[in-house]
Design a binder for this molecule. Structure first.
Ligand code: PLP
Length: 455
């Protein structure tokens, strides 16, 4: 059970089916355009959506917002250092700012960034410097149905040949995303991280973590990797940080706070370069665009997120939804991770070809039938689309991501979600396909305007 009880509540909206339909037409059938007050259960993102604790909010009231040297900064810095061991900690307002600052120091035209999978803002910030983002997910990740426990791993063989090959000197760093968000929220094993570290050392390439879900990765290591059963999640997380040269970390996820992120570094020269960018573009070294209250909440959130009772309850919460969805006969990416479930829309809606965006169709149906907001990860997001908005190259999968905010919804909320999914699964052939009316080529999921096709 959850190691906390509820002290403050917020009513959730219950729009009627007609109100949902109207709102969705106005939103161009794009969930990112829906006002939150017509959403009953919001599973669009686990980022910045967690519920803070009374201790976090108490710390926020006591926080210090002095321009320089604020006490809340020292509390934050010490909490991050205690966890990560990095000597240099740079605060930023969110993860993508950390990416922009670090990458502008290390990347540029002709350079390569290698990752198990670059998250979308990460890929954007790599490309913005003129460099190339190379994803090397492990081969096991391609089979969505297998129970392989560490599908977030990097492909060590291809990494070794790339580093030793003609492109080796162009590789500026390896960036390990834990957990692998772009790859279905799957964890990275400590064995894979250690082998990556060794390869990086041998080739004199730095290894960084994209550590947005460091605690959830650590929890899954204690549950799935031999030799770590008796380690605490904090020990495992600290070990992961100790194997790297630094990190970028959005704390909107495992910081359980609405804002915040940091860059952690060991190299003083690189830290100095980043500090200059930080002051020029984010804020002074002791706030980096964050309020004193954010820093104070984060310092406390970082302690709460590694509590094994919290992590067990969170993992069980997601696993409970996974079981119910499975009982309804709906397939999802296996094994279920922690921050999200990825429903296999292609399998549920075989009457819809990729050109009619089955993932988007299922996400829309969840909203229209149940007021549940979630997002597609399939051909709409990752496919190639021509100037007439026709799909030319489909994505390798058609998924719907149900992201689970931290400490927000109860088991009965998730049972409601499973009930709506089960209802759709009873007669999936009535779910219509969709076509694109308008979209920006770069930020398609956020800008797209869609319309349903006749069934
Ligand atoms: C969310 C996220 C980011 C970007 O962080 P923001 O705080 O949203 O800017 C980067 N990498 C991963 C893996 C993420 O999940």
């Amino acid at each position: 059970m959850e190691p906390y009880r509820i002290k403050m509540v917020e009513p959730i909206p219950f729009p009627t089916p007609a109100e949902r339909r109207q709102a969705f037409v106005r939103a161009g059938y794009n969930a990112f355009n829906l006002p939150a007050d017509v959403v009953t259960i919001d599973l669009l993102s686990d980022s910045g959506t967690g519920a803070t604790s009374s201790r976090q909010d108490a710390a926020a009231v006591l926080s210090d917002a002095s321009y320089a040297g604020r006490s809340s900064w020292f509390a934050f810095r010490d909490a991050v250092r205690d966890l990560t061991g990095y000597p240099h900690i740079l605060p930023v307002h969110q993860g993508r700012a950390a990416e922009r600052i670090l990458f502008s120091a290390l990347l540029g035209p002709g350079k390569i960034s290698i990752s198990n999978t670059h998250f979308d803002t990460t890929r954007f910030n790599v490309a913005a410097t003129g460099a190339t983002a190379l994803d090397l997910p492990c081969p096991e990740s391609a089979d969505m149905d297998s129970a392989y426990p560490f599908k977030g791993n990097i492909d060590l063989d291809t990494l070794a040949t790339t580093l030793a090959g003609p492109d080796g000197p162009k590789v500026a760093f390896v960036l390990m995303t834990v957990t692998n968000n772009g790859g279905g929220g799957q964890p990275v094993s400590m064995a894979n991280l250690r082998a990556t570290r060794d390869l990086c050392h041998r080739n004199q390439v730095p290894l960084f973590l994209d550590a947005a879900r460091f605690a959830e990765n650590a929890w899954l290591v204690t549950q799935r990797e031999p030799g770590y059963q008796h380690r605490t999640p904090k020990e495992v997380a600290s070990l992961a940080f100790s194997m790297s040269d630094g990190c970028t970390a959005s704390l909107k996820k495992d910081g359980i706070t609405a804002e915040g992120a940091f860059i952690g570094l060991r190299d003083p020269k690189l830290a100095r370069q980043c500090e200059i960018q930080l002051i020029g573009t984010e804020g002074h070294l002791t706030y980096g665009g964050l309020g004193g209250h954010d820093l104070a909440r984060l310092a406390q959130g970082l302690r709460e997120v590694v509590d094994p009772r919290y992590l067990r309850a969170r993992a069980d919460h997601t696993a409970h939804l996974a079981r119910l969805v499975n009982d309804a006969g709906v397939a999802m990416v296996q094994p279920p991770g922690i921050h999200a479930l990825y429903l296999n829309a292609a399998r549920l809606l075989p009457h819809l070809p990729p050109s009619q965006f089955p993932g988007h169709a299922l996400a829309c149906q969840l909203y229209l039938e149940g007021g549940i907001r979630c997002s597609e990860v399939g051909s709409l997001y990752l496919g190639s689309i021509d100037d007439n908005f026709d799909l030319t190259i489909p994505a390798p999968f058609e998924l719907v991501r149900l992201a689970i905010p931290r400490r927000v919804y109860t088991q009965s909320h998730l049972e409601y979600v499973a009930g709506v999914i089960a209802e759709i699964a009873k007669a999936p052939e009535r779910v219509p396909g969709y076509r694109i009316l308008d979209a920006d080529p770069f930020l398609r999921p956020f800008t797209v305007v869609m319309a349903p096709l006749a069934v």
